[in-house]
Design a protein around this ligand. Structure first.
Ligand code: FEO
Length: 392
């Protein structure tokens, strides 16, 4: 894989995973991903910033060989998750003088997860520095983006921030730097939605903390490098803010057409009120698209038929996801249909405990929707319209 020079003596030694389509056997990766490791050659010491997923460790090893690296002094471990740490044991084996530089929490996790012995670590604290001679690495603790041990490194002389997962995107590209901001915005938003959104308030604190640094380049551990840091920092400030958009997202599933008829009517009625609608047919939707929509919509309305006595399993999954991702959504409702009874609405509402939402009226229809059911949907639209008005 091509080594790319960022500055004199600073290289990207990444591995691109073009074909990966699922992360953690859970998160869709429509654009693949990359595991970005970086090599910094100081006048006295050499540091490797993170490693790569163990499936790609040979790419990293070859990159280091091609750069003629015969000794590594420090392996900076920002995060214990294996897509960055998983090749550390192999690098320690090849470079026996190398020490893993990280914080106490990450050290303990790496000892558990990768069985690295304690004598291979150097522990650092918040804002501590390590000199490579003519280059200085400064470590800043940024917990909970998205694990408790996460930290970032600031290369002082070159004003480069290495934030690991933070600010990254799952986007495989041969171009090192962002070339298409619209494309990267979408990938980074998906990444934020799926991985970072549950930690929105921690991220807000960490972004505030990083304000102290003058940053010229942001070099994350997934996706492309930002030579215009304001692009991604501004996007994050928007996503983590409390502001929501005049949007209703409607994850829905329908078995025999009743719920679908309700959703169609409901959407038309919302649109007539000038409210943006984003429907997601759960039988075919990319769940990542739903996660992206959850980043800034004011309202979520889950629509489900009744299966046996409860919600359709696809609606359960959507409710579970929304609850787990903890978006800043302000209002929620459930609509749907049943044949002979059940507790579909109660069960879905019971799954949304993490959401700090105001629960609006719900609409449950027996069989196919009738005149009074459409009236109930109109009333719900009116309620949403009024609630959204309070946000502006
Ligand atoms: Fe890219 Fe949390 O690992």
């Amino acid at each position: 894989m091509a080594i790319k020079k960022i500055r004199d003596d600073i290289y990207s030694v990444r591995a691109i995973d073009w074909g990966r389509r699922l992360f953690d056997e859970l998160i869709p990766l429509p654009d693949g991903t990359s595991y970005n490791a970086y090599l910094i050659r100081g006048s006295e010491k050499i540091a490797l910033i993170d490693t790569v997923d163990p499936a790609k460790e040979n790419v990293l090893i070859n990159n280091l060989k091609r750069l003629g690296i015969s000794n590594i002094d420090y392996i900076i471990a920002h995060h214990a998750e294996q897509d960055h740490s998983g090749s550390i044991p192999k690098i320690l084996e090849i470079y026996p003088n190398a020490k893993v530089v990280t914080n106490l929490k990450c050290k303990n996790m790496l000892m558990d997860l990768l069985l690295i012995s304690e004598d291979r670590f150097i522990e650092v604290k918040d804002w501590e520095t390590i000199s490579l001679g003519n280059k200085t690495l400064q470590f800043v603790m940024t917990p909970w983006v998205h694990w408790p041990e996460t930290m970032v490194t600031y290369l002082k002389e070159d004003k480069i921030l290495f934030p690991c997962d933070f600010l990254g995107s799952h986007y495989a590209s041969s171009d090192l730097y962002v070339t298409d901001e619209a494309k990267v915005y979408e990938s980074a938003k998906r990444y934020y939605a799926e991985i970072m959104m549950p930690f929105r308030l921690n991220i807000r604190k960490n972004l505030e903390k990083l304000k102290e640094l003058e940053i010229k380049i942001i070099a994350p551990s997934h996706g492309q490098i930002y030579d215009n840091p304001g692009f991604i920092l501004d996007a994050y400030r928007d996503w983590i803010s409390d502001d929501v958009k005049n949007e209703v997202i409607i994850p829905y599933v329908s078995m025999h057409g009743s719920t679908e008829k309700m959703v169609e009517y409901f959407m038309d009625s919302l649109m007539e009120k000038g409210i943006t609608v984003k429907p997601f047919n759960l039988t075919v939707t990319d769940i990542g698209e739903l996660a992206i929509a959850l980043v800034d919509a004011a309202t979520v309305v889950i629509a489900s038929p009744t299966v046996l006595v409860g919600p359709h399993p696809s609606a359960v999954y959507a409710a579970f996801l929304a609850n787990a991702l903890r978006p800043k959504t302000k209002f929620a409702s459930v609509i749907g249909s049943y044949g002979w009874g059940g507790k579909m609405i109660d069960q879905i509402v019971g799954m949304l405990g993490n959401l700090k939402v105001e629960l609006l009226s719900t609409v449950m229809v027996k069989g196919f929707p009738k005149k009074e059911d459409f009236k109930a949907l109109d009333d719900l639209v009116e309620e949403i319209f009024k609630k959204h008005k309070t946000l502006t």
